[in-house]
Design a protein around this ligand. Structure first.
Ligand SMILES: O=C(CO)COP(=O)(O)O
Length: 252
């Protein structure tokens, strides 16, 4: 059985004061009791990792962890501004998002680079959350499966069996921050297609990989999405900024 995993992605939001208040509110809410067997995390901006790690440790909830939003594809050295996977590990990260569509769009990250980043994350004992997804134009021209298959096939080629230790996040670009979300059936169909593609490589890997859905997940659509057989949780952007909404999604 794959556990349900809900991960918040704050993107470039937060402040020392608001982070502290968010973590206290969420931890207090989670202490009241959460559905068993689930994992929760929040991916915060890199400058706040240390602060948030300390605060999350203070709540000492075994199912709540910290994550990062990006990582360098290099191990160490003369890469000004980059942050290595070893550093993220040292700062207490469990998950690291790689290949988010905003990084693909604004920083021209390729599938190959995304796979190298995922390898760095794995080599340092953390779980990469590999993002894939098609644009509105690609879906409107009926190419969504082909596009996502292309993104996944590069990950399979580089990561091979190690994909079993990764999470995949299907985040259709047209649903990110737009309020338009994939219906539970549309999302399920793509998650199924991804799992079938992974099974072409290795059935065992396919059955182990958690596939999260991301794109305008809110408290009122999370229940239906999470009930789908191939949807193993969510990657939550905007709604994760509000601690009450994030808690409601975690309980969905
Ligand atoms: O990009 C996302 C999470 O990584 C999704 O963002 P929204 O939930 O704001 O649509």
């Amino acid at each position: 059985m794959r556990p349900l995993i809900v991960i918040g992605n704050w993107k470039m939001n937060g402040s020392l004061a608001s982070n502290a208040s968010w973590i206290k509110t969420v931890c207090r809410g989670m202490e009241q009791g959460m559905p068993a067997g689930r994992q929760y995390s929040v991916c915060v901006p890199a400058p706040y990792l240390s602060q948030c790690h300390g605060l999350i440790q203070e709540c000492s909830l075994a199912f709540m962890s910290l994550g990062a939003q990006d990582v360098s594809a290099y191990t160490a050295g003369a890469y000004t501004g980059e942050i290595s996977a070893a550093m993220l590990k040292e700062l207490g990260c469990t998950y690291v998002i790689v290949g988010h569509s905003e990084r693909r769009q604004f920083h021209h990250e390729s599938d190959g680079l995304v796979a190298e980043k995922a390898l760095q994350v794995l080599d340092n004992g953390m779980t990469p959350v590999i993002c894939v997804g098609e644009s509105a134009d690609e879906r409107n021209s009926g190419r969504e499966i082909e596009v996502v298959r292309g993104q996944i096939s590069k990950q399979v080629a580089v990561l091979q069996d190690r994909l079993a230790d990764c999470l995949i996040a299907y985040e259709p670009v047209w649903a990110i921050g737009t309020g338009k979300f994939a219906s539970a059936q549309v999302a399920q169909d793509m998650h199924r297609a991804i799992r079938l593609q992974l099974a072409e490589f290795d059935e065992d890997v396919a059955s182990h990989v958690g596939i999260l859905y991301g794109g305008s997940v809110k408290p009122d659509n999370a229940v239906e999405l999470f009930a789908m057989p191939d949807i193993d949780g969510g990657l939550i952007g905007g709604a994760s900024l509000n601690p009450q909404d994030f808690l409601a999604i975690c309980q969905a």
